[in-house]
Design a protein around this ligand. Sequence first.
Ligand code: ADP
Length: 484
Amino acid sequence: MTNSEFLKQANLINGDWVQSDAGSSFDVTNPANGDVIGNVPKSGAAETRRAIESAEAAFIEFRQTTANQRAVWLRKMHDVMLDNQDELAKLLTMEQGKPHAEAFGEIGIGAAYLLWFAEEARRVYGEIVPSPWKDKKILVNKYPVGVVAAITPWNFPSSMLARKIGPAIAAGCTSVVKPASQTPYSALAWGVIAEKAGLPAGVINIVTGSASEIGGEITSNPSVKKLTFTGSTAVGKVLIKQSAENVKKVSMELGGNAPFIVFDDADIDRAVTGAIAAKYRNSGQTCVCTNRFFIQSGVYDQFIEKFTKAVTALKVGNGVDDGVQQGPLIDIHAVEKIEELLADAKSSGATLVTGGNRHALGGSFYEPTIVTDVQSEMRIAREEIFGPVSAVIKFQSEPEVISMANDTEYGLACYCYTKDLGRAFRMTEQLQYGLVGINEGIITTPEAPFGGMKESGLGSEGGSNGIDEYLNTQYSCIGGLERS
Ligand code: ADP
């Protein structure tokens, strides 16, 4: 794997693969076994500034390319990804830990986002608006915003970039990318994908290194016109504040506290299948992962019994091994966070049903876990768990569960299982979340807008309006058109 042409140990600035100015680097490890995969440049403000200058220079010509040409580049990038799906998935598993099947799926959905935006690129329509004046016409045009900076997390190190680079290219923007230090390789691989697709130098620039230095340069540099960020709400708030200084456009995909509600009238087997997918995928490390299970009293025992059976059957191991369903957590800090939340819950009266320990495989492996008798005020129900731990709360009535589900500053994803059509629509209307799964545990797709309400974010990725985040709207009034 370390011979892969997609594994780059350098930053991409203006089409050149370069080291940091000081020649410093940092190690990247495989979370499944602690092996050092390699090392990548520890870049800072100076390298980031050059990456921004490169993107700015490239923008001059790139903005004038036709939508059709940009769609061709995006389709070529899509093809490169699918032609190398297995290799890119292996790279992803090696640095991130997720099972190969999930990594393979992530590369696939990343490619699907590119295709979607290749199609959307050609539909950036303006408008001619009926004018209130006889002698003037009203035109509305859309233009690329300019240089876009993208800061991405380690949980979906490839597809999160597809959702940012895809619309940026489609709109005619150039980018500077900063991936998470735990998983830089899947992001650096985007440089190779772009090269293979023939994208001009400078359209995508990638820097790795100090988050605060790179983030500081990105937000303070007035040449960056837009920041798109996926990560924690805490860091998102810092970046919004920093971006206020020169009024950048921002879009933010931040944390969640997803409720998963199962009513007495639900199909319980379907709910269990959805619960496994919505909780244990990526070892529970996604912003749309269930954080709180609300189970109605009439089906509570039945659900817990079936859910426990399914959870204890999950195969934990190195993501490269056949049949593995849960890999390691990203690092030992993630394990320590879970331990802290579980200790707090247990000391406040929660009951451990299964799991609750570091896994026998060692390192950052953790047992698939369920705790019941959780109360809404416990830390485990208020903070993002980001691990393979299900926290279960019993409820009695629909109004009660709506109130509990909405009692959080977050508003990203929620899930609800019921066979009652009226209730399904009532829940959709009442739940203050940007993404609602009714009888479905995994709902992300390029065709639909992905974005949170409340402190879960600003703007949306994908869908028919995803490209708008990368465009400025301009109204022009054409006067002096007197009729003779
Ligand atoms: P997580 O908890 O998932 O690691 P973070 O919000 O800490 O989420 O990280 C998401 C991304 O934001 C990563 O690429 C990380 O390096 C970056 N990041 C963290 N702190 C800052 C900062 N102060 N400025 C800019 N980027 C940051």
